[in-house]
Design a protein around this ligand. Structure first.
Ligand code: PLP
Length: 228
């Protein structure tokens, strides 16, 4: 077994034991492999180990990998900050966009998604713990956004995404409460199934609080070279 296979198995085992501890089904939490700064060859190796869902933060870098790996059946997630003038390549090339925090972004993604493409999966990013420098809408804006975004024709609004400050496990519980509260505003509540929270350092706490998708980079691929 190679190293990537080993680290993936380790992370899957951690997810499973966190589920058992929280009395949750092990298949109720999906692993998103966060592959920013990793070269395509490493992603291909992780794919060989069985991984299908990959998360990228930087648009240009991601587009290069999507082209290089187009023969593989990868589900591509964009988890970086969404800039208004970059929505078209996102709408056309990704399966999921996690960082939607304004109606205008959702409207652009919906109208720029290709006619022939299935609806783009999206999550609303919430600034759940009132951080100054963070992206994401305010918690009290979420209900209104859910009502409006869930009407857009080429989007499937799947849930919420949060990136709380390190060690702030209360934020995970708050996100779960909000996730349950705003479902009632959704035009298609059966689509509302994703709570994207938890990273390498805090996936256990996130799963205990109800995460359905953990975004894991370092624990899978090792430390990243710093990028500014
Ligand atoms: C980089 C990143 C991750 C992964 O973080 P690790 O600590 O390497 O697991 C998860 N989510 C987002 C939004 C990120 O930017």
């Amino acid at each position: 077994m190679n190293m990537l296979q080993q680290s993936r198995n380790q992370v899957l085992a951690q997810i499973e034991s966190a589920c058992v501890e929280a009395a949750r089904q092990p298949d109720s939490v999906q692993l998103l492999a966060v592959s920013k700064t990793q070269p395509s060859a490493i992603l291909a190796e992780m794919y060989q180990a069985g991984q299908r869902a990959f998360g990228e933060n930087y648009l240009q870098e991601a587009l290069e990998k999507i082209t290089a790996l187009k023969e593989l059946e990868i589900e591509w997630h964009f988890i970086g900050h969404v800039q208004r003038n970059k929505t078209k390549p996102l709408a056309e090339n990704f399966d999921w966009v996690h960082g939607v925090d304004r109606l205008i972004i959702a409207e652009r993604l919906s109208s720029q998604r290709g006619e022939q493409q299935s609806a783009l999966n999206i999550c609303i990013q919430v600034n759940i713990d009132a951080q100054d420098s963070k992206d994401g809408c305010q918690p009290d804006e979420v209900a209104g956004l859910v009502a409006q975004i869930s009407q857009l024709p080429k989007l499937r609004l799947r849930g919420l995404m949060v990136i709380p400050a390190p060690e702030n496990t209360q934020a995970f519980a708050d996100a779960k409460t909000l996730f349950e509260q705003v479902k009632a505003q959704h035009a298609h509540p059966e689509d509302w199934d994703t709570l994207s929270m938890g990273m390498s350092a805090d996936m256990q706490a996130a799963i205990a609080a109800g995460s359905s998708m953990v975004r894991v980079g370092t624990a899978l691929f090792g430390a990243r070279p710093q990028k500014d």
